[in-house]
Every structure is written in structure tokens, then in C-alpha cells.
Design a protein around this ligand. Structure first.
Ligand SMILES: C[S@@+](CC[C@H](N)C(=O)[O-])C[C@H]1O[C@@H](n2cnc3c(N)ncnc32)[C@H](O)[C@@H]1O
Length: 275
């Protein structure tokens, strides 16, 4: 019960920090804070990722063309430690029911190494679900291979140690991470520029962020400096997560925590291309 109380407190601490107009400094190193994030935010953010791919034909077609040309799709997620983007993409790919399997290779960059615990669990849950629903791996709509790398995305100092692994990435995702680094956004800008230099031509950079003019402006500047061509004006979206996920699925946990997880978003996304 104390754990649930602490989760409830952390949910409120995070909410206040994100809207404080200052660097959020969320203590993700505390396991209860990570649990609170997984409870309150990962489901809705994963649904938003699913929504973006469902509603952006260009990006989904690009994914399919990578798969058919190379036999796999490689993604790199900035601040992707919890596994949110993997969850959202897996949900979208499962729902599409394509004839061809998508072989998803991922690299998650996050400075909080402890997130690996949740990533391993999320990957295992996705595979268990596919095995129970569909059976043999060869018939699954997607297979997953990848890893999480401990990296501070505001520090270019260690960039050289990663060789050319970023040169093989098709899609980079930055979801709710520009607002998270806040004070260090200018350093993230340098990191992004370096990353863009080593990315292959045609690589896509998907920015998903809270719907505030300052983040639109910041992402425009970052893309400009990194010489990314933005495909469109920002796509604004204000919506609820899909009906196949309900608060009641949480059962007693919802009662024990005594606070609902977030179920809606007010966000935007924009896609940049490395020419
Ligand atoms: C608000 S969460 C977003 C997580 C995920 N993208 C999502 O949409 O649920 C921000 C993430 O960025 C990570 N993060 C914050 N500052 C970072 C930095 N300087 N370098 C790498 N990761 C960072 C945090 O550990 C956390 O996982």
C-alpha cells in the first residue's frame, strides 16, 4: 500500500515538474518513480506513437519500403529507455496485419540505465502476446531485436565511441524528450546535428512533443541547424488513447494507486528528412 501511495505521489511530482516551466529533473533512478511513469504515462504515449504512424501515410510507407528493400527496419529512439515507442510501434504493426513480417531493429538511447528492466519486460510481453495469439514466430507480424544504450543525448563527447551504428538507422524518434532536456536543449541540438551527419540520406526524424508553441519553435530551429527538411507544418492532435485499452484493465491496481493514469494527449508531430 505504501508503494501505491508513493506511485501516486510521483505521478503528481512528474505532472507538476513537466508544467513548471523549468528543467523537469525527474528522479527516474528511483524504481518507484519509474513505476509511476510506467503506470501514468507509458500507455498514453505509446498510443500516441501508434496514432502518429497510423495517421502519417508517408512515414508508414517509408517503413514498408525499408522493410522490402533491406529485409528490416532500423530505428533509434532518443530518450527511449522505458520502451514506449517499441510498444506503440508493435501495437500499430500488429493491427495492420500486413502479409510481410516487419523485422524491427532498435537502438534506444537513454541516460537512465535502470530503464532496461522495463524494456526487457515490455519486449517479453509483446513476444508472449504474439506467441499466444498467432503461434509460430515465422507467422508473427513483427520480430524485435535491439538494445538500450546508456548515453546522455546532451553530450557529444562520447559520440565517437559508437562508430557507425547510427549510419544504418532508417527512423529516429524523439518523443517527449526535447521538453525533458529543457535547459540543455542547445546541447541536444549539437547532438542531433552530429547524429544527422552520420545518418544515411533519406533517414526520417520523427519529433513528437507536447503541444506548446515553444516546442514547435525549438524543433524548427533544431531541424534547421541539423539541415533536416521538415515535411510539413506540425500535425496537431488532441485525442484519447484507443478504446481497446481501458482503465478497468488495471483492476485492483487502479483502486490501490487511487489515481487514474493519463488517457488523452494534446500534442504535435513533425517529420524531418536527411537529404
Ligand atoms: C518524458 S520521458 C519520455 C520517454 C519516452 N520517449 C516516452 O514517450 O514515454 C523522457 C526520457 O528521456 C530520458 N532522458 C532525459 N534526459 C536525458 C539525457 N540527457 N540523455 C538521455 N536520455 C535522457 C529519461 O530518462 C526518460 O526516459
Amino acid at each position: 500500500m505504501d508503494i501505491c501511495k508513493k506511485i501516486r505521489e510521483y505521478c503528481e511530482i512528474m505532472r507538476v515538474a513537466w508544467y513548471s516551466n523549468q528543467n523537469p529533473n525527474i528522479p527516474y533512478h528511483d524504481p518507484l518513480c519509474r513505476l509511476a511513469y510506467l503506470y501514468s504515462t507509458v500507455p498514453v504515449n505509446a498510443n500516441l506513437v501508434e496514432f502518429v504512424f497510423e495517421n502519417d501515410n508517408d512515414i508508414e510507407n517509408y517503413l514498408d519500403s525499408c522493410q522490402s528493400k533491406k529485409g528490416s527496419v532500423s530505428i533509434c529512439v532518443f530518450g527511449g529507455g522505458p520502451g514506449t515507442e517499441i510498444l506503440g510501434l508493435a501495437k500499430r504493426i500488429e493491427k495492420r496485419r500486413l502479409d510481410d513480417q516487419i523485422s524491427l531493429r532498435y537502438v534506444l538511447l537513454d541516460k537512465v540505465t535502470e530503464w532496461q528492466e522495463s524494456l526487457i519486460e515490455i519486449e517479453s510481453q509483446i513476444e508472449t502476446r504474439l506467441r499466444n495469439k498467432i503461434g509460430k514466430r515465422k507467422d508473427w507480424p513483427l520480430t524485435l531485436t535491439g538494445h538500450s544504450t546508456a548515453l546522455d543525448i546532451t553530450d557529444t563527447a562520447n559520440f565517437g565511441n559508437f562508430g557507425n551504428i547510427f549510419g544504418k538507422i532508417d527512423v529516429f524518434i524523439l518523443s517527449y524528450v526535447v521538453s525533458e532536456v529543457f535547459d540543455d536543449a542547445i546541447k541536444l541540438q549539437s547532438f542531433l546535428s552530429k547524429m544527422t551527419e552520420s545518418a544515411p540520406s533519406g533517414a526520417k526524424f520523427i519529433f513528437i512533443e507536447r503541444n506548446e508553441p515553444r516546442w514547435v519553435e525549438k524543433i524548427n530551429i533544431m531541424s534547421d541547424v541539423a539541415k533536416l527538411t521538415l515535411s510539413s507544418e506540425p500535425n496537431h492532435t488532441s485525442n484519447y488513447m484507443s478504446l481497446d485499452e481501458q482503465r478497468t484493465h488495471l483492476g485492483k491496481l487502479l483502486e490501490d494507486v487511487g489515481r487514474s493514469p493519463r488517457t488523452n494527449w494534446n500534442a504535435f508531430w513533425v517529420v524531418g528528412t536527411k537529404e
